[in-house]
Design a protein around this ligand. Structure first.
Ligand SMILES: NC(=O)c1ccc[n+]([C@@H]2O[C@H](COP(=O)([O-])OP(=O)(O)OC[C@H]3O[C@@H](n4cnc5c(N)ncnc54)[C@H](O)[C@@H]3O)[C@@H](O)[C@H]2O)c1
Length: 417
């Protein structure tokens, strides 16, 4: 495979999915130099064609829509596949890629959006499939590439931790007012509620902040997990009605709610036996200007604080400006008037630019990135341990035995909130 890659000067990428996240990746690709978007597959060919047209408009590649995943994997101009479809289609998407690969398709790498799968059993299957495919692989966790986090992490470790000792406490939160499509709200399709959907980010951000730059992820190890989930807003009768009207009858929070709040405290230990703590909080019940990503890192003589809604410009729009509702100021925007934050380049600020540059460079060099399907599996193991802890209302010591078969009550449709 290495020889093959040495002949390649740039990579051609085919994307599975043409929804919200694919558009973010297309915008981010304007900052990726060594690869082009050359194909999009989505079950709806018109949507795939629209996404391909956006790619061409943004000049990120001569993208065309494909009629099937198999056709796209077999196309000579496609070297890598980015899986950006819904969670409940991950395994079938992956099986089709691997089948084409085994039948002789030439492929360098596969990258998958978060979460790697809906539960540990499925995540193990994703790892098995990617190893059968014998390609490089990446787990797309954008927030580890957030420029302000990468810089502050590097500065604090180099300047302050080197002289006064390693950091011991990290906090990471992701909050917004609720996802944009019905499948996210359905526990069986998505894999859970906000814990599965968003705590995958916060767990990784906190672990990243607590890990010395360049050290392997195994340099800190989980010891125990304590978590809580709740349905604070969306199972209230008036909001369950609103959700059904907004998302459709299949989203029934009167009878089958998912959690819209989750918090977890994960205790880690480093190689020297130091105790480290990650506090993570996520919610779909936060009504502020829009998506808010916040984090902190605390050490013996230093600290860091970051908030995505406070890091750019703010604008003020008076009550006399009454335009249409939109998402043109910030992701998951809740208002068009008053004092509103503006994130200058969301694709950069949330980490997508750095993420895609990182994976493309590794794949072009024939290098396996650390942030791979095994990392995605590891995140899923922590998330499922958090669900166990929340369900049993107790701290769970790492690593519980039955992780591979555990399905959260939320995903089984039996959780009552
Ligand atoms: N990194 C992040 O912050 C972030 C944010 C949002 C979503 N995501 C992840 O990205 C993925 C896509 O989310 P989204 O927001 O674009 O969802 P979406 O609902 O907006 O789009 C999903 C896309 O998948 C397509 N699709 C439908 N059936 C499919 C199938 N059988 N196989 C493949 N694709 C199919 C749909 O046509 C649609 O284009 C999810 O796994 C989600 O968890 C990540």
């Amino acid at each position: 495979m290495r020889d093959l890659m040495q002949q390649r000067k740039r990579l051609g990428v085919g994307i599975i999915g043409s929804g919200f996240m694919t558009r973010f990746h297309l915008y981010s690709w304007q900052a990726v130099r060594d690869a082009d978007i050359r194909g999009i597959w989505s079950p709806n060919l018109d949507h795939a064609a629209d996404a391909a047209a956006l790619a061409r408009l943004l000049r990120v590649g001569e993208a065309k829509p494909f009629g099937s995943i198999t056709e796209m994997v077999n196309a000579p101009e496609i070297d890598c596949i980015w899986i950006i479809g819904p969670n409940h289609r991950r395994i079938e998407n992956m099986e089709e890629i691997v089948q084409a690969r085994k039948a002789g398709a030439d492929l360098v790498a596969i990258a998958s959006e978060k979460p790697l799968a809906r539960n540990v059993g499925e995540a193990l299957r994703m790892v098995e499939l990617v190893e059968e495919a014998d390609v490089l692989h990446g787990y797309l966790e954008d927030q580890l590439f957030t420029p302000s986090l990468v810089r502050s992490h590097e500065i604090l470790w180099r300047r302050a931790a080197a002289l006064t000792g390693r950091p011991y406490l990290a906090r990471a939160a992701e909050e917004h007012s609720g996802p944009h499509n019905p499948w996210f709200w359905q526990g069986d399709l998505q894999g859970g509620g906000v814990l599965n959907d968003m705590m995958c980010h916060s767990v990784e951000v906190a672990r990243f902040l607590l890990t010395e730059p360049g050290a392997p992820r195994t340099s800190i190890r989980p010891v125990k997990v304590s978590a809580q989930i709740a349905s604070l807003k969306w199972s209230r009768p008036e909001y369950a009605d609103h959700l059904r009207a907004w998302m459709g009858p299949e989203v029934d929070y009167h009878n089958r709610p998912s959690e819209d709040f989750a918090r977890a405290t994960i205790t880690y230990e480093d190689d020297a036996g130091n105790t480290l703590i990650a506090e993570t909080t996520t919610s779909w019940s936060f009504v502020g200007a829009g998506l808010r990503l916040s984090s902190e890192l605390l050490g013996p003589e230093y600290s860091m604080k970051s908030d995505s809604l406070s890091s750019g410009a703010h604008i003020f729009i008076s009550r006399r400006v009454q335009g249409d509702e939109g998402e043109d100021l910030v992701e998951k925007q809740n208002a068009e008037q008053g004092l509103m934050p503006v994130v200058g380049n969301e694709a950069a600020a949330y980490g997508y630019e750095g993420e895609n540059r990182h994976f493309i460079r590794a794949f072009l060099d024939g290098r396996q990135p650390d942030l791979d399907f095994h990392a995605g599996l590891n995140v899923m193991e922590i998330l499922m341990t958090a669900y166990m802890s929340a369900e049993q209302e107790r701290t769970i010591y790492w690593k519980p035995d039955n992780l591979a078969t555990f399905i959260p009550a939320v995903a089984q449709g039996t959780w009552k909130g």
